[in-house]
Design a protein around this ligand. Structure first.
Ligand code: KG4
Ligand code: ZN
Length: 332
């Protein structure tokens, strides 16, 4: 299966055999262009995808040692994401499938992130619980079967990755903020500033990250107004601590309520070192088995799309030439 991913600022293609064996995984990042603007510029993202997608796919096929005629199908992210960016991948996948008369399988981007866990864990099968934390999503999901998801909790405002990116901007670390906060936090004290760990009334497993983001902004502004220096490392570590502890506590509570003892992590923020350490500790304390993809499979890539697409394909899913990009596609 060839997997194509262009939902945001990564142009990615991969060849995966039988859902779990990665033969190639090529990722071309646009970060160097978008960081000039402090975030992803949708129009630039679409243009850059069109410029490079053929090259990325050719490299994925060459590295895997296969040709288009060896493919059983093409899996492509068709939502959620930036509409112009998604359209590039969808049009490309349709063109290949039409030209070679092979099946087209549209994949939900988050289903891809969750499926990344299958790649390095041959023994992992549903059911399990998954914390999905990316730039656009913060969900606790019960995976009931391949491609079947039940959302147990969600964010009421910002996604976890979005909060990392916004806080990084406040303390002038640049884009993308997540990896920069992760790195700087290692030099700071996670207990230096007691940033709020927001609770949501009425839905106690849900998340809310706009409060902690505003608290960081107010904290920094107070120091700037007095022209007093502050420790960026302490802010990064304390903010990260507030976010990571809420993500861990809520996921452990969800697992307890569902009686599920296998927990997985997914999405770009799942590559955060403090989050991984916190989950390792909590899972071992509770006797849960933890699964988490290698960092390169946590952030956007084509292998996770090929993997998710394989299970859709095996379940008989085939999309037609009317497949369109769906920017706000729902999971489940
Ligand atoms: O899953 P992803 O690559 O794209 C989306 O589907 O959104 O996630 C990107 C997000 C960004 O917000 C980025 O700052 C965050 O993941 N991220 C991290 C780390 N690496 C990426 N956040 C915290 N720590 C990291 N190490
Ligand atoms: Zn993603």
């Amino acid at each position: 299966m060839l997997g194509i991913e262009t939902s945001c600022d990564e142009t990615a293609a991969a060849v995966v055999k039988n859902g779990r064996e990665v033969l190639s995984n090529i990722i071309s990042s646009q970060i160097d262009i978008h960081k000039l603007y402090g975030g992803v510029v949708p129009e630039i993202a679409s243009r850059k995808h069109t410029e490079i997608i053929n090259q990325v796919i050719t490299e994925a096929l060459d590295t895997a040692g296969v040709g288009l005629d060896d493919l059983s199908g093409v899996a492509v992210t068709y939502g959620p994401g930036l509409v112009g960016a998604l359209l590039v991948g969808v049009a490309e996948a349709k063109a290949i499938c039409w030209a070679r008369d092979i099946p087209l399988v549209g994949v939900h981007h988050i289903s891809g992130h969750i499926s990344a866990n299958y790649i390095e864990n041959a023994e992992l099968e549903p059911p399990f619980l998954c914390l999905v934390v990316s730039g656009g999503h913060s969900h606790i999901v019960r995976v009931t079967d391949y491609g079947k998801y039940e959302i147990l909790a969600r964010t009421r405002d910002d996604a976890a990755g979005e909060a990392f990116d916004k806080v990084a901007r406040v303390i002038e670390l640049g884009y993308p903020g997540g990896p920069k906060i992760d790195k700087l936090a290692r030099e700071g004290d996670p207990d230096a500033v007691p940033f709020p760990k927001a609770k949501v009334n009425g839905a106690d497993l849900d998340f809310s990250f706009s409060g902690v983001k505003t608290a960081v902004l107010n904290y920094v502004n107070a120091y700037r107004m007095k022209d007093v220096p502050y420790s960026k490392a302490d802010i990064a570590a304390s903010f990260q601590n507030a976010v990571v502890s809420v993500l861990t506590e809520h996921t452990m509570e969800a697992a307890k309520r569902c009686g599920i003892d296998r927990i997985a992590l997914a999405g770009g923020v799942a590559s955060n070192s403090a989050l991984r350490a916190s989950f390792e500790k909590a899972c071992s304390a509770n006797g849960y088995r933890l699964f988490r993809p290698s960092p390169v499979l946590c952030t956007d890539n084509g292998a996770m799309i090929a993997c998710a697409g394989y299970y859709e394909f095996m379940a008989g899913v085939r999309h037609g030439w009317d497949l369109n990009a769906v920017p706000n596609l729902k999971l489940g």
